[in-house]
Design a protein around this ligand. Structure first.
Ligand code: SIN
Length: 327
């Protein structure tokens, strides 16, 4: 019996020692292509983390929703099936009302204003908006301003009436399209191309990078350069995983996230210009520019939705975001 106990103890010690030597696996799941701001940001994080914590962490990046779509990834984080994700800020409604702020149409004048707000105290505080629900924001990554696309030219808000638009799972975005007398349909990003191709929907809204990398421009005749909203991301982990990491590892990973954020944000700026130009050169989709009077019609049609969500988001937060336009 004594030998048996000694043998079991040895086995147990051997197993824990081996486990202690194993690198920590970090699965990073996202839904866009690799050649996008988020796709490249995730790969930059992997490169930085694995070189600075050699042998201590292994980062596995899963692009194109090959592991989880955005509707499931936050649950997967809480279950410990993945450790990092960067869903669009429009996809957190089940965990907080506050991030709906970023969906208010025509809130930010441009991506520089978004950047200023995200770096402000109010913006940084929002990274903790989901911690009570077990999710921790580690940083923001840009993709860019949203454009409207459809198979008919959308010059005035009335042109969208009666059309079906795919939207992300956001009540604010649903209200925005209802304000145009259009029908919003909440669908996963991975289904947008096929829905457009088969005419299951008439249009959608997205950034130049997503419209280009997922080939939406090949199945949409018109894109209106509306800059009416934003697709940005919160890099998110589970509180349990992050606080369970050894302190020194967590500190290095935080630096890697910060550096990958700067890199992803730079890529976003380049893609917003470069992917727009590629779409224009392709001749597959006409890019419609709005004059100031036309743009104002869209502002007047969409902006009334702010009032519907002011209580849930908070008037102070909306004011703080608007202040970033003035700086
Ligand atoms: C993404 O950029 O991650 C997807 C955005 C969308 O669902 O439209």
């Amino acid at each position: 019996m004594r030998y048996l106990i000694a043998a079991l103890a040895l086995l147990f010690y051997g197993a824990t020692a081996a486990a202690a030597d194993e690198p920590i696996t970090i699965k990073f799941s996202h839904v866009v292509a690799e050649n996008t701001p988020k796709g490249k940001g995730a790969l930059k994080f992997k490169e930085l983390a694995e070189s600075r914590l050699e042998g201590r962490v292994e980062v596995q990046v899963f692009a194109n929703a090959q592991l989880y779509g955005d509707n499931k990834v936050l649950e997967a984080l809480l279950l410990g099936d993945v450790q990092l994700a960067a869903p669009s800020l429009s996809k957190f409604k089940r965990y907080t009302d506050k991030l709906q702020l970023f969906d208010l149409p025509f809130l930010f004048a441009d991506i520089d204003a978004v950047d200023r707000f995200q770096k402000s105290a109010a913006g940084r505080q929002l990274l903790s908006a989901t911690t009570e629900r077990g999710l921790l924001g580690l940083g923001y990554w840009h993709n860019g301003m949203k454009q409207l696309s459809a198979n008919t030219a959308l010059r005035r808000p009335a042109d969208a009436a009666g059309l079906k638009f795919r939207i992300q799972a956001s009540d604010v975005i649903a209200a925005q399209f209802q304000a145009l007398d259009a029908t919003p349909l909440k669908k996963p990003f991975s289904e947008v191309f096929i829905l457009l191709q088969t005419k299951g929907i008439d249009g959608q809204e997205n950034t130049w990078s997503n419209i280009y990398s997922k080939k939406f421009f090949e199945v949409q005749d018109h894109i209106t350069e509306s800059d009416h909203g934003l697709v940005d991301y919160m890099v998110v982990t589970s509180v349990e995983f992050w606080h369970g990491l050894p302190d020194d590892v967590r500190r290095v990973l935080e630096q890697c996230i910060d550096e990958a954020s700067d890199y992803a944000n730079q890529v976003a700026l380049e893609k917003a210009v470069g992917d727009r130009a590629k779409i224009q050169q392709s001749g597959r989709s006409e890019i419609l520019q709005l004059d100031p009077a036309e743009r104002l019609l869209w502002v007047d049609a969409m902006k009334p939705v702010w009032a519907q969500f002011e209580d849930e988001i908070g008037a102070d937060l909306i004011a703080a975001a608007m202040a970033a336009n003035a700086e």
